[in-house]
Design a protein around this ligand. Structure first.
Ligand code: KIV
Length: 301
């Protein structure tokens, strides 16, 4: 049986073994995520902050997302390649939404797409599903709404807002999404949503009751630039610090001449080396003919 993760297989994990999801934005990080056993690799629009150095995710376009999704897809992971729909790629019209989702699939090699928002996104979600592209929802702290939310704030802390989110989750599940990311919500809300809907929930800052968990790969590995990490991140490594230490050793070896050594050096056959040295020697020594020509030239002046 193929080990390739698909939307139906993810749907079938509801209430079963926890789903493992992580972001990746290029070929090497996709290979790392896949080797570690990810079920879903999310080519998140967090590429904007994490890789491209922007303040928020609003800067990235469909072209950027296609570029990064294609790099991840070229790793041919067993994990599902989930392409994130960037801001304004699904807000203007149903037609634009299907066209942009189609670009992530056709040009980027995505096997499903994710988009943020609740019931107001239903026409777009239905249209993408109608084009046979599996859709994952994303509710709660939706980073593309940073200005509307007034910052990156935990959502659904009050009963009324939490109840709205439960209704959004039910509506998305009814529409046919194969999963929903719950970001930045109280654990009890994620617990209720997870219990109430028949599709898996994948949490990020949503407590332990979700059907799976997702984090940004650079946060997990400590591969970022040392900036602020949200409370919900557990950092398992400090790869950026390790990388600096390795590069410092390399630069030290360059300074001392320790690098490159014999093992990193190419040689030519001894007889070729001798001929090359002789040729070079002859070229650098003034020949009698050259000396005569130079003397003639001096006389003419
Ligand atoms: O873009 C992203 O990384 C995400 C995750 C935080 C779920 O949407």
């Amino acid at each position: 049986m193929s080990t390739k993760m698909t939307a139906p297989k993810i749907l079938a994990r509801k209430g079963g073994a926890k789903l493992k999801m992580v972001t990746a934005y290029d070929y090497p990080t996709a290979r790392i995520a896949d080797r570690a056993g990810a079920d879903i690799i999310l080519v998140g629009d967090s590429v904007a902050n994490v890789v491209l150095g922007y303040e928020d995710t609003l800067a990235v376009t469909v072209d950027v997302m296609v570029h990064h999704t294609a790099a991840v897809a070229r790793a041919k992971p067993s994990a599902m390649v989930l392409g994130d729909m960037p801001w304004l790629s699904y807000h203007t019209s149903v037609e634009d939404t299907v066209r942009n989702a189609g670009r992530l699939v056709r040009e980027g090699g995505a096997e499903a797409i994710k988009l943020e928002g609740g019931r107001k996104r239903l026409p777009m979600i239905r249209a993408v599903l109608g084009a046979e592209i599996p859709v994952m929802g994303h509710l709660g702290l939706t980073p593309q709404s940073v200005h509307a939310m007034g910052g990156y704030r935990v959502q659904g802390k009050r009963a009324a807002a939490a109840y709205e989110l439960v209704s959004d989750a039910k509506a998305l599940a009814d529409a046919g999404v194969f999963g929903i990311v719950l970001e930045g919500v109280p654990d009890v809300l994620a617990e209720i949503v997870t219990r109430e809907i028949p599709v898996p929930t994948v949490g990020i800052g949503a407590g332990r009751h979700c059907d799976g968990q997702v984090l940004v790969l650079h946060d997990v590995l400590g591969l970022g630039g040392g900036e602020y990490l949200p409370k919900f991140v557990r950092q398992y490594g400090s790869i950026a610090d390790d990388a600096v230490a390795h590069l410092e050793r390399f630069f030290g070896d360059v300074e001392t001449g320790e690098f490159p050594g014999e093992a990193e050096t190419y040689h030519m056959p001894a007889e070729s080396e001798e001929i090359l040295r002789d040729l070079n020697q002859m070229a650098s020594e003034p020949t009698p003919v050259a000396d005569d020509l130079l003397a003639d030239e001096a006389m003419e002046r």
